[in-house]
Design a protein around this ligand. Structure first.
Ligand code: FCB
Length: 492
């Protein structure tokens, strides 16, 4: 079924091998897979409200049922075990364990995660736990959401509770997933929950998410002194349209400030970049940053999580007009680029995935190598990487249900290879997590985009291994990059 090995494979003498101890995993997020939205004492989150609002998600899809992981978790642990991964990155649903975002915990929700984590441990799979993958309890949004400083304080209390309740079961505690999306896409561009279009609130959200991160790490360390802590950022690799143009270089600087340094600045360098404050001065005076905040936000981290999917190409817009916005984010709404009016996001050459995202593995190498140079003592983990492609199931000659997703196998092979190149160049990358273990609720795109190694049938929830799952199982068991053709069931 698979096509011939590519030139690079033929040319390279030996298959790429990763260092011993390199961690292979898969990733998911609570709202995208759990379902059981109104079961087990779970409270509503902003994504319940958003997805139930007409017009917000494709086909009106919601996470009400999702992959039914809440009921099928034991089966999903079996899949992880068969995949042979050493780690699994999951997120906790805050409204499941603390329905109002403050106050009493929901014992049923806590028990759900305890059992899941215990089962992962029993199967030799280390849980990387994200505390916030976008499902803010609705009650906190009603009180202002991330634009309100109180949300950061509530998050720290939630983190403390989880550290007490789950303790040593967790291998790595990750505070936030992609605060870029939580702030700009949720509060400026309306394509994510809570769907607000308030640029000033988006900047306040940036700061309160940063503050939440710092406060949570402190709380976790107070409860578990040896805890390993982390945050996951979707750092943008930004190209100028014309590498020789000073104007385009300035466009890169502007977008880098908003997308990347708004988070790495306070978290890793201890300050907001001056150019970010200057660029956004028309929108906000940043007076929500209080004395002592920056000290709280800059916490030592054990690992920095990086999510990487595509790259960004920008050009300075000269002479006015409406800038093109092929920025990879849903463009139905207002711009997420707070304070930026003169930067164009240009479409990029193919190939592209089903999301319209350009495929550029070399960007992964560069991002990791650049990060390592800038923060040499900080270990890195690729906490998400993967591709959406629509591949339909077929029945093979042996009567088995299969999904031949060669494009995903290629995407993964090329990106894992790119991670290997970064390791060769000296970057301290410790782990790689494929997004995603299974097809799931892709936010505003609903169920229309499939990222899984495992196919999920909706609404039955039936799971089918795609060829990429067979391929990934080989990678996880050998630590050596398999050939494209090594994507067949092991018994054939
Ligand atoms: C990332 C999200 C993840 C998933 C992938 C495709 O931005 O963290 O939940 O939706 O994109």
């Amino acid at each position: 079924m698979m096509s011939e090995p590519t030139e690079t494979q033929v040319a390279s003498s030996a298959p790429r091998t990763f260092p011993t101890g390199f961690v292979w995993g898969t990733a998911t997020a609570a709202y995208q897979i759990e379902g059981a939205a109104r079961e087990g004492g779970r409270g509503p989150s902003i994504w319940d409200t958003f997805s139930h609002t007409p017009g917000r998600t494709q086909d009106g899809d919601t996470g009400d049922a999702a992959c039914d992981h809440y009921h099928r978790w034991a089966e999903d642990v079996e899949h992880l075990t068969r995949l042979g991964v050493g780690a699994y990155r999951l997120s906790l649903s805050w409204p499941r364990v603390q329905p109002g975002g403050r106050g009493p915990l929901n014992p049923e929700g806590v028990t759900f995660y305890r059992r899941l984590l215990d089962s992962l441990r029993e199967h030799g799979i280390r849980p990387y736990v994200t505390l916030y993958h976008w499902d803010l309890p609705q009650e906190l949004e009603d009180a202002g959401g991330w634009a309100n400083r109180e949300t950061a304080l509530a998050f720290a209390e939630y983190a403390r509770h989880m550290a007490r309740e789950l303790g040593e079961r967790v291998e790595v505690w990750t505070t936030l997933n992609e605060p870029f999306c939580s702030s700009y896409l949720g509060y400026a561009s309306e394509v994510h929950a809570p769907g607000r279009t308030e640029p000033a609130a988006a900047l306040a959200a940036v700061h309160h998410l940063n503050l939440a991160h710092g406060l949570a790490i402190r709380a976790i360390r107070e409860e578990i002194p040896g805890a390993r802590t982390s945050v996951t950022l979707n750092l943008h690799l930004i190209h100028p349209a014309d590498p020789a143009s000073p104007a385009d270089a300035d466009a890169v600087r502007q977008i880098d400030a908003l997308a990347n340094r708004a988070f790495t600045g306070p978290m890793l360098d201890g300050a907001y970049p001056d150019d970010l404050l200057a660029d956004t001065a028309q929108v906000s005076d940043w007076s929500f940053v209080r004395e002592g905040d920056l000290e709280v936000i800059r916490q030592p981290l054990d690992v920095l999580g990086v999510n990487y999917y595509f790259t960004t190409l920008v050009r300075k817009l000269v002479g006015g007009g409406t800038p093109e916005r092929a920025d990879g984010h849903k463009t139905a709404g207002a711009s997420p680029w707070v304070g930026v009016t003169d930067v164009e996001f240009l479409p990029q050459p193919g190939p592209h995935t089903e999301m319209g995202w350009n495929i550029e593995p070399a960007g992964m190498t560069r991002l990791l190598v650049d990060l390592h140079r800038r923060y040499p003592g900080l270990p890195l983990a690729v906490t998400e990487n993967g591709a959406a492609f629509a591949d339909e199931p077929v029945v093979d000659a042996a009567g088995r249900r299969r999904v031949h997703d060669e494009r995903r196998v290629r995407y993964l092979r090329d990106h894992v290879d790119a991670v290997g190149a970064a390791v060769d160049a000296g970057a301290d990358v410790r782990a790689y997590f494929a997004w995603s273990l299974m097809d799931n609720f892709e936010w505003a795109y609903g169920y229309s985009k499939r990222f899984g190694l495992i196919r999920v049938e909706y609404p039955t929830g039936e799971r089918t291994w795609k060829d990429s799952a067979y391929w990934y199982a080989r990678l996880a068991s050998t630590g050596t990059l398999p050939a494209i053709a090594d994507a067949e069931p092991l018994d054939t």
